[in-house]
Every structure is written in structure tokens, then in C-alpha cells.
Design a protein around this ligand. Sequence first.
Ligand code: TYD
Length: 217
Amino acid sequence: MKGKFISFEGSDGAGKTSVLRAIRADLEKQLGAAAVMYTREPGGDHISEQIRQILMDSKNTAMDARTEALLFAAARRQHVVADLKPALAAGKVILCDRYVDSSIAYQGAARHLGEQEVWQINQFAIDGLMPELTIYLDIPTELGLKRIATHRTDEVNRLDKEQLDFYHAVRHSYLRLAEKEPARIKTIDASQSLDQVIADVKAAMHAKFTDLFANEF
Ligand code: TYD
């Protein structure tokens, strides 16, 4: 049995969580829950979840950018060995919320560590395991930030500008990756309605793996 490894990427505010929830539910309906594995990075087994806690702890403001990149890569390594490889060997369809492209875009580009450098440390971590298909949900930076803003003033302060620069860098890195690897990375316009985005994602998954969502096409 051979599984399918599909990753989902996007800037914050692209609607990845809602899209993935719908895709997962519909795929489980079609294939049965046991045939689908949903997982997210950073995270996975109890060891990678512990690394996630360190990364997400708001008290860790002093964390160096390279430390952060290495911890994301370490969590990924554990995820590969403990979760992804066994699921693939069992023939499952893996829906993975973020994978190595997140590190290239966030740490490599937005945190200025260098996309190539971050790719290198991640090669050590993933040891050749790449998704066959990556769904990239693309949204203009301003629109994405507007979607996640809880309260917003029109005042452009320093933080706003920094945030904008950061997410511009994330987006352009993803767009560059998608241009470089068109066979693996499919870009979906996430500024559309949620229903349309979900339909486009299903079409991209079906185009790559004709047995997925076969009942809908
Ligand atoms: P999470 O709460 O899971 O958010 P999201 O729903 O956006 O995926 O937090 C993940 C955050 O970690 C997100 O801001 C992206 C960031 N991240 C990196 O910076 N590098 C990585 O390699 C990964 C996997 C995530």
C-alpha cells in the first residue's frame, strides 16, 4: 500500500483552517475516517507537541531566529518519523497543515535567515520526504491581515508596518516556491468565497490523484 502526502500552506488569514476542516470532513466521508490522517506542524506525536509548546510560548520573546528555525526543523523531523512515514506505509491520505515550505517562507524569507540556508537544515530533518502535492492558499497580504485583525484602527503605526513587511515576505516566498515547483505546488486564489476555495482545492486534489473526490467530478 502506498499513501498520499498532501500539505497545505498559506499566510495567516488565508482561511487554511476552515478549508482544511471541510476537505477533511468530505474526504473522510468518501474514504472512511481510518483512511485519512489530519495532522499539523509544528506538532504530531507527544515529542513534537512539546517542541510546539516551546515555539508557541509567548514568554519566549528572547528566542533567536536560528533557534526558532532549528526547533521547527526538529519538530518536523520527529513528525516525519513518528507520524508521517507510518501513515504513508499504512496507505493513508495525509492532510498536513504546513510542512517545509512554511519554514522557507517564515524563517528563510520573513525572518531573513535565507531560504537556501533554511532549506538545507530542513533537508537534514526530512531526509527526502516531500509531499506529492502542496496546496498553497494565496491571499493579498492586506486582505489576509484584515481578516485576522480583531480590532483595527486606520492609524499606520510601526507595528503595522512591520507586520505588513513580514507577511509580504512570506507571501512572495510562497509565490516564488510555487513558480519554481509547479508540478508539486498548486496555487489557489483564497480571496474567493470559502465554497469556491474548497471547490478549487478539491479540483486540484482530484487532478493529482483521480481517486480523490472521484464522486464529485
Ligand atoms: P498555528 O497556530 O498552527 O497557525 P496557522 O493556523 O496559521 O497554521 O501556528 C503556526 C504558526 O507557526 C504560523 O504563524 C506559521 C508558523 N510556522 C513557522 O514560522 N515555520 C514553520 O515551519 C511552521 C510549520 C509554522
